[in-house]
Design a protein around this ligand. Sequence first.
Ligand SMILES: Nc1nc2c(ncn2[C@@H]2O[C@H](COP(=O)(O)OP(=O)(O)OP(=O)(O)O)[C@@H](O)[C@H]2O)c(=O)[nH]1
Ligand SMILES: [Mg+2]
Length: 684
Amino acid sequence: MKDVKVNDTHCFALIGHTGDGKTSLGESFLHRAGATASLGIVSEGTAHLTTLPEEKERQSTLTSSIFGFDYAGKHLTLVDTPGDSNFQADGRIALRALDGAILLVSAASGPKVGTQRMWQFCRTQEMPMLAFINAMDKERSDFAAVIDALKEMGANPVAVTLPIGHADSFKGVVDLLNMNAVTAAGEVEIPSELAAAATDARAQLVEAVAECDDTLLEKYLEEGELTDADVVQGLVLATRARQLMPVYCGAATAELGVETLMQAAIQLLPSAADREPWKTIDDESVAADPDAPFAALVLKTVIDRYAGTLSAFRVVSGTARPDSNLLNLTRDQKVRFGKLHLLRGEEHVEVDSAGPGDIVAVAKLKTTHTGDVLGAEKGAPKLPEIPIPQGVISYAISAKSKGDEDKVYASLGRLVEEDPTLHLGREDSTGEFLLTGMGELHVRITVQKLQRMFGVDVELKRPKVPYRETITRRAEHVEGKLKKQTGGKGMFGVCYLTVEPKPRGEGIEFVDEIKGGSIPRSLIPAVEKGIYAACEAGPLAGYPVVDVRVHCIDGKHHAVDSNEMAFKLAGSFGLKAAVQQARPILLEPVMDVEVSIPGSFVGDIMGDLSSRRGRVQSSEARGSTQVIQAQVPMSEMLEYASQLTSMTGGQGEFHMEFSHYDESPSHVRDKIIAEARAGQAEDA
Ligand SMILES: Nc1nc2c(ncn2[C@@H]2O[C@H](COP(=O)(O)OP(=O)(O)OP(=O)(O)O)[C@@H](O)[C@H]2O)c(=O)[nH]1
Ligand SMILES: [Mg+2]
């Protein structure tokens, strides 16, 4: 693999809504490239990209799958991501370590909530994208309608292929760059009935490309045409600058339109050498130079049946070699690489080096987690680590058989290690474990895995809503004081805090404004620690305090009695008092919900969503299905899966994803505060 140069090394993801055909497309890539001997089929459980029994059972991807292979003299790493909102976060982590994405859209149903979400995410990451309109062989496939829908979504789609026929008569694609057609028989002439449409679409493509570049536009306006080389070059630049999203089409399962797309991925999406340069935390560019000091990002941790736990990383610069000593820069610890493995579904192939753009895995490094930055012992660029999305829904769980608690905790710990979007905690008041994930299915699948991999059974209780507390106005000069005189040495520390609200999602910020040593320098971190500790359990109902800027403006100390503990407590008391004075409110998580139902249920479902305090945002027909989009507080949606089934006799489907935090209305707030107080009283 390593005779391939960096500019022939590509890594990209397949993204989109669940069920639109990402894994099928990935399988047909692998098959066309000769990386797999047979075409893997999701519905038959033979896909090389879905290896878990839970994935085979549900016929759906639950965790991103990395596959390295060679094609046309290039080394490609394909990452197939999950489309279901419960598992999309895993794909988002992986995307941070990749150079491009192919957005899959169903030709029959167009972009959906999952399509939109992943597209939006890639857009914020400034990631070049191609779109693939899949399943042209299905009834009701409509290429032009999907392009329109992509435009409406805010993308800049431009058709680079046209479908030849549709549904049963779908045969292949017209390639507007080469002005030929590609069918199961290979390259052929454009069918005569499509000649006019192809000329027309080619003109639109040329015009779109010309509009992205002033020099090209001038040339185009003067000469009325561009050379083939100009069009290709212009399209390459416009794709990488994210001015255009080139659109391809085909049918993944019939392997039609697939090679044209693969060639486009290589030609239009950047290689590891010509992607936007990586930036260090100090905003310096990092060149993809195989001879520079090594730096890499851990994008996945995999528990493998044979190899134990593996850390998969994407090399950003330098070259990884087996049996070498390195640093985990995130945790500031030494690590040692053993063998390097190229990941190919279930199969792992040992390799002797990995350079920029390669993704390989090593046996789990102690203390290394998904998202971490690895680097050479000397001179490694300081890359920012990958942020890990936090789960939103928590279930209390307990072991089914008494005495199994330790085993449950240890096994869950392993699963959390593999999937960082899961979080395992313990609720002090009840002693129960709290498993937090991205959605109900995420948590349920984890429980299934626990049973299969470790043989432990757990019981899931009603989920808990992760409320938050915050403030709505400024409170100034609030005292936090600890003064204690018990026998010998006393404890003394005073701080004065001013708090003010921050925009939603910005967290807690500590600003040190101590002047003149009213609190000794060495003790200011203790105040900060105390403040952060107090933010973990707010004064209203014990939920975390968020989005507050805390200025430490003054204080008092004592030469003998002031110490770290005293100032930590002073900080904590000060924060609690300041929050109380700053008109605190309770925030509740609000979810984006998309419900798909047969048209006859629209009235019932809309009414039901309103009774759950939902705000319906749109309702539109997609074929015979009606799709309702709404925002609904999480607390009202905890058991929606089973309720929707009973309301629609099993004909409804829904997707739900965290959207934002909103102030909860007073009747909800009062109830939650009362519940929290009752809980505390019980403990006392
Ligand atoms: N007719 C037709 N069916 C397709 C095509 N592509 C995929 N399918 C079928 O659609 C179903 C879902 O395909 P997948 O490839 O598993 O979809 P996915 O996007 O990976 O879904 P998730 O893993 O859940 O995100 C499978 O049963 C496929 O056989 C296609 O081009 N034509
Ligand atoms: Mg899949």
